[in-house]
Design a protein around this ligand. Structure first.
Ligand SMILES: Cc1cc2nc3c(=O)[nH]c(=O)nc-3n(C[C@H](O)[C@H](O)[C@H](O)COP(=O)(O)O)c2cc1C
Length: 125
């Protein structure tokens, strides 16, 4: 589900903040929220949904957009209001919220990536 509607985006932000017990905006002011859900009846649903978000983050980066994985979609879409939203969107079946990919124009340049850890990959040649 791709959300650009401001009212809905703000409501998703509030629901997400409620899960954390805070009142700040978990979406960091980003105007676009991509909600990724996956079919729980598939044995690999969690990996599938996670890969979707990972690809979205890479695609956003390739376009010069700022993006971030924002968690707590599971809790939001297990709530009664979350379930109402799914039904309004015509999403039926056993779908679980995997996460959100937020998109926007970055307010600042990205920080320099940390150096690779020398011993992080084990090789056997
Ligand atoms: C499963 C998962 C959930 C995340 N949830 C959030 C989140 O709710 N809020 C947030 O600001 N960042 C979230 N992130 C982003 C991480 O905080 C972090 O920015 C990102 O993984 C890059 O980390 P690195 O810079 O250490 O490589 C999440 C990342 C992952 C993989």
């Amino acid at each position: 589900m791709a959300v650009t509607n401001r009212v809905l985006r703000d409501r998703l932000s509030q629901l997400n903040a409620q899960v954390m017990g805070v009142s700040s905006d978990p979406f960091y002011g980003a105007p676009v929220v991509l909600v990724v859900l996956a079919d729980r009846t598939r044995p690999t649903y969690l990996y599938d949904g996670s890969l979707v978000i990972g690809n979205m983050l890479n695609a956003a980066h390739s376009l010069g957009l700022g993006s971030c994985w924002i968690h707590r979609a599971k809790e939001v879409f297990e709530s009664s209001e979350g379930k109402e939203l799914l039904s309004r969107w015509g999403i039926t079946g056993d779908y679980e919220g995997i996460g959100h990919c937020i998109l926007g124009f970055p307010a600042a340049a990205a920080s320099v990536p940390k150096p690779r850890k020398a011993d992080y990959i084990h090789w056997e040649e």
